[in-house]
Design a protein around this ligand. Structure first.
Ligand code: HEM
Length: 471
């Protein structure tokens, strides 16, 4: 294949494809995918390529990852918010961060975080009344934010979770606006947006500095993520720690929250799947409290989450730029070319997933998953920069779904979201996610507090008295 054999996606003479991309990210990448497996694109002055075949994706993310880096535009848009951090850094700096953070995400530690996940999910559910209507999006964001803060700092955010998520949401929105303009406006220019970024970042860093000071003063328990990060890297400064903390919170809460939202959406649209989840939950825990030992039994529920991630990958696009000229399948990319890969288009490609729009969790059964090409299913990325939080996120999602399914049936309210749309870096529902809760077979009222599970019950009630809604 010669360099000319990669088709060029038509675009504006000045902005190239940037306007189409900004107008509707998902439609844009779908049109690029229709044009071929390697398609030339241009965002303003920056030329690049859309890569949409697992073999070529493997080249970018894994086999020749040393020739690629995170793009400068991402770094420029985020550097005054996140500082030097695992997500945007490259080379030796990335390696240092990855080595420092990776042990904290080891299986044996993540298993310990499961208790925190159970506690936080229980606390959220205590606020849910049978026969009421819940804003599922807000609830999932609240619970995932509470979980990550508790895991990391041993901090109980309580009602502050909503405020903290508002700060993160706004900051990411402003960072995305910068990227939409290809980060051409310098961050130091005192524009209204830049001043707001400065104010919110200062607020956030101030809060995290306080958590870190409290944690250094010995308030956090031994299993907190920070302890695990600092054990192998005791020299990490507070500022570096804050950078990594903001990054992990930012990378971890919203992606998982929206995965939960889309898993529920998919289940509500596929009642047979929902019934199998209910059956698995009933068989595994019935109406008793869930324990960590139950988790391996939620095999089907985990496959449902994986399937939701195929159709609704919350990180729908991954980007890189070339560090040197690179050739992929005969197509030459010049140094500093932008490379775009999409878990969204790959996960919906009939070549790799027959009848792709059918929601079928059994695609992820071991024997079936073997026929999915490597790098066709990449909701968590791939290669050396694969998501650090895979186990964390899957475990968290399964716990939250199982706890809800144990007690409640969810039905969408009229006018609720029917699918996804893309907003900034993540997929969001295309409408409100208001769901009606009804008790399942009286299970909500049959929930009883087992004698040994004080902390597993609703924290608000301290495990001392039954939760008013589920007790
Ligand atoms: C369902 C939820 C999640 C999804 C879909 C997701 C997706 C991803 C993806 C696609 C990447 C790779 C980005 C790239 O290559 O450009 C990534 C990286 C990362 N994720 Fe996740 N993530 C999730 C949850 C989490 C959680 C819960 C945490 C931490 C608690 C986390 C921490 C990270 C970190 C630190 C990186 C950067 C890794 C590196 O560059 O070395 N993620 N995530």
């Amino acid at each position: 294949m010669s360099s000319e054999s990669a088709p060029t996606l038509p675009g504006d003479w000045l902005w190239g494809n940037l306007k189409d991309f900004n107008r509707d990210n998902l439609s844009f990448i779908e049109s690029a995918a229709r044009a071929g497996d390697l398609v030339r694109i241009r965002f303003g002055p920056m030329g690049g390529i859309f890569v949409n075949h697992p073999d070529y994706v493997c080249q970018v993310l894994a086999a020749r990852s040393k020739s690629f880096r995170k793009p400068a535009v991402v770094k420029r848009a985020l550097n005054d918010i996140l500082g030097e951090n695992i997500f945007t850094s490259n080379g030796a700096s990335w390696k240092r961060s990855r080595q420092a953070l990776q042990p904290a995400f080891h299986r044996r530690h993540v298993d310990r975080y499961a208790q925190i996940m159970l506690d936080c999910a229980e606390r959220e559910l205590c606020g849910w009344q049978a026969d009421s209507i819940v804003d599922l999006e807000a609830a999932m964001i609240r619970v995932t934010m509470n979980i990550i803060a508790k895991t990391m700092f041993d901090a109980d955010l309580g009602d502050y979770a909503d405020e903290l998520t508002a700060v993160f949401t706004r900051l990411f929105h402003l960072a995305y606006k910068r990227m939409a303009l290809y980060a051409l406006v310098p961050n130091w220019l005192p524009t209204r947006d830049n001043r707001e970024v400065k104010r919110l970042t200062a607020e956030l860093r101030h809060l995290l500095r306080r958590y870190i000071a409290e944690w250094r003063a010995g308030r956090a328990n031994d299993a907190s993520l920070l302890n695990l990060v600092l054990a192998p890297a005791p020299k990490m400064s507070d500022e570096q720690l804050i950078n990594e903390a903001i990054t992990i919170i930012g990378a971890g809460y919203e992606t998982t929250a929206y995965t939960l939202v889309f898993t529920w959406l998919a289940m509500m649209q596929n009642p047979a799947v929902m019934d199998r989840v209910y059956a698995e939950v009933d068989e595994t825990i019935g109406s008793r409290a869930m324990t960590l030992e139950d988790l391996p039994a939620f095999d089907y529920t985990e496959r449902v989450v994986k399937e939701a991630l195929r159709l609704y990958p919350s990180a729908w696009g991954l980007s890189r730029s070339t560090l040197e000229p690179v050739e992929i399948a005969g197509v030459t990319l010049m140094r500093n070319s932008m490379v775009l890969v999409s878990p969204w288009t790959l996960g919906r490609d009939p070549r790799f997933f027959p009848d792709p729009l059918r929601f079928d969790p059994d695609r992820h059964l071991k024997e079936n998953a073997a026929s999915i090409p490597h790098y066709a299913y990449i909701p968590f990325g791939g290669g050396g920069r694969t998501c650090l939080g895979i186990r964390f996120a899957l475990m968290e999602a399964v716990i939250i779904i199982a706890l809800i399914a144990q007690r409640l049936r969810l039905e969408p309210e009229p006018g609720s979201a029917s699918g996804p749309k893309s907003v900034a870096f993540t997929l969001r529902p295309n409408g409100p996610m208001r769901v009606k809760l009804s008790p399942r077979n009286g299970a909500a009222n049959a929930y009883t507090k087992p004698a040994s599970a004080g902390s597993r019950l609703c924290n608000t009630h301290n495990g001392m008295s039954p939760c008013p809604h589920f007790g």
